[in-house]
Design a protein around this ligand. Structure first.
Ligand code: NAP
Length: 276
């Protein structure tokens, strides 16, 4: 088993994830895994970094596929005995003008952004080594969607006592409510992406609390963040930040020094803790 530190970035064949891998290849003292659901796109991305003189390793990982997540988990366990840095970056968004029925958008978006991210965490968090760093890429859209929730839902999502099971129940209810066309009546905002990212931010707050309760002595720091508005296939060419600029906050959180005691359990943008 190798003692080399290892960093993992999900959905990193392009966009912000690719830029995070690029930065980690330059700054992280260990093996950096570029992961992608499609091996062809992943290997191509690794080759592109190779041309820049950077060495990333590749492993297949589809966060929608539990088998794929577990195969990667077993690989990390066997080869490294765990991992040191996990960046949950993979995500999807329907385009604003997409005509797919809202209930379908809700199901598909929540499946990857919330449930997929959660499945990766369920399998990989127990493997994160002492002084590990975990970054869940959320979005400012989570804050604005929170503002669009009913007072009752806001209270639940801001609660310091909400459990992961309760969060899963709420995210499931959102999808069900969209199918019945009652989501607005039930206090939800009209954004599947925003709700999925509420899920990611609140999940991060819960996970950080659990780490405090169960693994305090391991000094693991876990946060959610917004990369900013970044020129990628998701956000389009008019966005204000380059992918490398978008990678700055996630990379800052991924590389928090070993003597740092925070941020932890926060929502961070532009390297600054934001009020949730
Ligand atoms: P992007 O260019 O569309 O890249 C998304 C990446 O996620 C791609 O590599 C994609 O792989 C991967 N992915 C999607 N579903 C996956 C799955 N099931 N398993 C594994 N990988 C999967 O988007 P981006 O702008 O870089 O976004 C990266 C993250 O930042 C997302 O979580 C997004 O919500 C968040 N974010 C972006 C912005 C922005 O302005 N761009 C703002 C706030 C937050 P494929 O190539 O196979 O599709």
């Amino acid at each position: 088993m190798s003692n080399i530190p290892v960093a993992v970035v999900t959905g990193s064949n392009k966009g912000i994830g690719f830029a995070i891998v690029r930065a980690l290849c330059k700054q992280f003292p260990g093996d950096v895994y570029l992961t992608a659901r499609d091996p062809g796109r992943g290997q191509e991305a690794v080759a592109k970094l190779q041309e820049e003189g950077l060495h990333a390793l590749f492993h297949q990982l589809d966060i929608d596929d539990l088998q794929s997540i577990r195969a990667f988990r077993d690989f990390l366990k066997e080869k490294y005995g765990g991992l040191n840095v996990l960046v949950n970056n993979a995500g999807i968004a329907f385009r604003v003008y997409d005509r797919t029925p809202f209930a379908v958008q809700a199901e598909v978006t929540l499946k990857t952004n919330f449930f997929g991210t959660r499945n990766v965490c369920t399998e990989l968090l127990p493997l994160v080594k002492p002084y590990g760093r975990v970054v869940n890429v959320s979005s400012m859209a989570s804050s604005s969607a929170l503002g669009g929730c009913s007072r009752e839902l806001q209270q639940k999502f801001r609660s310091d006592a909400i459990t992961e099971d309760e969060l899963v129940e709420l995210m499931t209810k959102f999808v069900e409510d969209t199918k019945k066309s009652v989501h607005e009546k039930e206090g939800w905002p009209n954004t599947a992406y925003g709700v999925s990212k509420i899920g990611v931010t609140v999940l991060s707050r819960i996970q950080a609390r659990m780490l405090n309760e169960k693994r305090k002595d391991d000094h693991i720091l876990l946060n959610a963040c917004c990369p900013g508005w970044v020129r990628t296939d998701m956000a389009g060419p008019d966005a204000t930040k380059s992918p490398d600029e978008g990678a700055e906050t996630p990379v800052y959180l991924a590389l928090l020094p070993s003597d740092a005691d925070g941020p932890h359990g926060q929502f961070v943008s532009n390297k600054t803790v934001r009020t949730w």
